[in-house]
Design a protein. Structure first.
Length: 278
């Protein structure tokens, strides 16, 4: 199965083109701008970061979120250079996926240079599917959040499916939520991985209102357990969009890791799907 966890994967060739990404107004009357997680264009970013950013900007995206690459957090660019390129393209580097490791101070300092707002830990910093480990991790996350706050950054965590395993009838993701401070640890809920785990994101919106300022909007082929174009998988996207307020979401990043054709065509399909909901 292709996923963020399997980084050395083949990807189809990115084709050039222009697709204007509008802001959509939903029934609530609130306009929603959509961002993109750059892992969706991982192969292209590795080959030509600036050229790919230009192509992404031509799609109309205004917010982007980076992912770790073999060339670092900024795909071989210096943090300040990444900031300048995004500014020139009228895009906002809003968030970045990172690891909580022994280079954490450097990671934070580079994030400040890049102008981004969020640093999102993309995987558990220690192994162990136990309540004790998740409580330990929660303490680490709170400390990371405090460190980020001092630099006017926001720390967060992005889930996969394994956080929804249980020990002693307790869902480990719930242990993480209950033991982290909401003002220090901002959850980025990957809706696709939630349903793969057999859970309903709406239940989490109700149980922990306002805890999810960032989403990964990702449909999932439930048979293959991999991402797919919007409307082809098991995620109730209209239902998710109808309950944005409860979740507290401010930034929605579209992510797709596998494609029917190529990243560009998939993004065109996804945006057309969302436009039909507005």
């Amino acid at each position: 199965m292709l996923s963020r966890k399997d980084f050395l994967l083949q990807s189809t060739i990115f084709t050039t083109g222009s697709f204007l990404l509008p802001s959509f107004t939903y029934a609530s009357g609130i306009k929603q701008h959509f961002g993109v997680q750059l892992y969706s264009f991982r192969k292209e970013m590795a080959k030509d970061a600036i050229g790919t950013l230009k192509q992404i900007a031509s799609l109309g995206f205004k917010e982007i979120e980076t992912a770790r690459s073999q060339k670092g957090h900024y795909y071989g660019l210096a943090p300040a250079e990444m900031k300048a390129v995004c500014k020139d393209l009228n895009m906002n580097l809003k968030s970045g996926h990172v690891h909580l490791d022994n280079k954490w101070q450097q990671t934070m300092e580079e994030a400040v240079e890049s102008g981004q707002e969020y640093l999102i830990c993309s995987s558990m910093p220690s192994q162990g599917q136990t309540i004790d480990n998740y409580k330990k991790v929660a303490e680490e996350f709170n400390k990371a959040g405090e460190a980020c706050k001092k630099l006017n950054l926001k720390f967060g965590y992005h889930n996969h499916e394994y956080e929804f395993e249980t020990e002693n009838n307790q869902v480990l993701y719930d242990v993480l939520l209950k033991n982290t401070e909401a003002d220090l640890v901002h959850m980025e809920l990957d809706l696709g991985w939630v349903i793969v785990a057999g859970k309903d994101p709406l239940d989490y919106f109700k149980k922990y209102p306002g805890r999810f300022p960032l989403w990964h909007l990702k449909d999932m082929d439930m048979d293959k357990k991999e991402s797919t174009e919007f409307g082809k998988g098991g995620l109730d996207i209209p239902g998710m969009m109808a309950h944005k307020k409860e979740s507290g979401v401010k930034h929605i990043f579209i992510e797709q890791e596998e494609y029917a054709s190529n990243p560009l065509e998939s993004m065109k399909h996804n945006m057309a799907f969302l436009k039909n909901l507005s």
